[in-house]
Design a protein around this ligand. Structure first.
Ligand SMILES: *Cc1c(COP(=O)(O)O)cnc(C)c1O
Length: 324
C-alpha cells in the first residue's frame, strides 16, 4: 500500500486544532430504529454541528493551518451549500477574510447567511461564466488561497474527527456507514475507523441517481458522470477527488445507493420518531441501514448523520408531500 494522503495522526491533530471551536455533537440512539434494522445503531448527529453540518470541521482545520502570509491574503471558496458557510464562519473566527463565489441563482437565504458570517460574496452566472477561471483570476489578483470542499488533505482530516468522536464514545463498532458526495467525509472517517476500530467495515452511501462513487470503487478508477438529479443536493458531485479516492479505494469496503423516496422516508423517521431535522443528504447513511441495503443484523453500527440544513418550506413539502 503506497502512502495515503492522510493518516490517523492528521485526524488527531485536526481534532486538537478544532476542539475549542467546533461542537462535540451528540450520539443518539433509538429503540425503534434498532428494532427496524435488527441491529444496534449509533447516530452521530452533525446536524447539530456549527453551521448545521460537519463541513465546519474540515474548513476550520484547513484555515487554521494557513501561514501568516496566507492569513493576510484570505480564503476563497466556490460553493452555494454548506461548504460556503463553513468557510465563512471559520474564517471569521480565525480573523481571515473570506470570499465565496456562488451561482447568482443560489437561494437568497444561503447568500444572506454567508454574508452574515462576514464573507464577501461574488455571484456568477452558472450558464455563462467559467467559474474556475473566475476563481483563478480572483485568487491571483488578491493573493487568496482556494480551499476546495473535499479534495484537500486538511479538509479530509478535519471531517474524520466526526468518526473519531463517535468511536471515543461507543468503543469498537462492527460497521461504520457514511454518506458520500466528493468523499471528504468518507475518507476522513475511514481513516479514523481503520486506526481506532480495526475490523470495523466502512461503507459509503450515495444517491441512486449518481452512483459514480460505487462505480469508481468497483472499477478501481474515478468514474465521471453528469450532475445527478436528486434531492440529496450535498451529494450531487459528478466525481470523487484524487485524494479522497486514494483513501476510499484502500479503506472502504463497498458503496451502496438509496433512492430519493427512501431519503424522504428517512427524513420522516428522524422528524417523527427521533425529533430531529435532517436534510436529504444527511439521511443517506441511515436510509441504507433502515432499508436493508447493508447486512447489519446483530451488529453494532455507527451511522453518520451529516447535516440538517433544509429550509422549512422544502422540509414541509418533502415530509408532508401532498398533505402540505
Ligand atoms: C458536503 C456534504 C456531504 C458530502 O460530503 P463529501 O465530503 O463531499 O463526501 C454530505 N452531507 C452534507 C450535509 C454535506 O454538506
Amino acid at each position: 500500500m503506497t502512502a495515503l494522503p492522510i493518516t490517523f495522526d492528521d485526524v488527531a491533530a485536526a481534532h486538537d486544532r478544532i476542539r475549542a471551536a467546533a461542537h462535540r455533537t451528540p450520539v443518539l440512539t433509538s429503540r425503534t430504529a434498532n428494532a427496524a434494522a435488527a441491529a444496534e445503531l449509533f447516530f452521530k448527529c452533525e446536524n447539530f454541528q456549527r453551521i448545521g453540518a460537519f463541513k465546519f470541521r474540515g474548513a476550520y482545520n484547513a484555515i487554521a493551518q494557513f501561514t501568516p502570509e496566507q492569513k493576510r491574503g484570505g480564503v476563497l471558496a466556490f460553493s452555494s451549500g454548506n461548504h460556503a458557510q463553513a468557510i465563512a464562519l471559520s474564517a471569521q473566527l480565525l480573523g481571515v477574510q473570506a470570499l465565496i463565489v456562488m451561482p447568482e441563482d443560489a437561494p437568497a437565504i444561503k447568500i444572506q447567511a454567508t454574508r452574515g458570517y462576514g464573507a464577501e460574496v461574488v455571484l456568477y452566472d452558472r450558464y455563462k461564466d467559467d467559474r474556475e477561471a473566475l476563481g483563478q483570476r480572483i485568487a491571483q489578483e488578491r493573493g487568496m488561497t482556494l480551499i476546495p470542499p473535499y479534495d484537500h488533505p486538511h479538509v479530509m482530516a478535519g471531517q474524520g474527527t466526526a468518526a473519531k468522536e463517535l468511536f471515543e464514545e461507543t468503543g469498537p463498532l462492527d460497521m461504520l456507514v457514511v454518506c458520500l458526495g466528493g468523499g471528504g467525509l468518507l475518507s476522513g472517517c475511514a481513516t479514523a475507523a481503520h486506526a481506532m476500530a480495526p475490523g470495523c467495515e466502512v461503507f459509503g452511501v450515495e444517491p441512486e441517481a449518481g452512483n459514480d462513487g460505487q462505480r469508481s470503487l468497483r472499477s478501481g478508477e474515478i468514474v465521471r458522470i453528469d450532475t445527478p438529479r436528486t434531492i440529496a443536493d450535498g451529494a450531487q458531485t459528478p466525481y470523487l477527488g484524487q485524494y479522497t479516492f486514494a483513501v476510499i479505494r484502500e479503506l472502504v469496503k463497498d458503496i451502496v445507493t438509496v433512492s430519493d423516496a427512501e431519503l424522504v422516508e428517512t427524513m420522516k423517521f428522524f422528524a417523527g420518531r427521533m425529533k430531529i431535522m435532517v436534510e436529504p443528504t444527511g439521511c443517506l447513511a441511515a436510509a441504507a441501514v433502515l432499508n436493508g441495503k447493508l447486512d447489519v443484523a446483530g451488529k453494532r453500527v455507527g451511522v453518520i448523520v451529516s447535516g440538517g440544513n433544509v429550509d422549512l418550506n422544502s422540509f414541509a413539502n418533502l415530509v408532508l408531500g401532498q398533505n402540505a
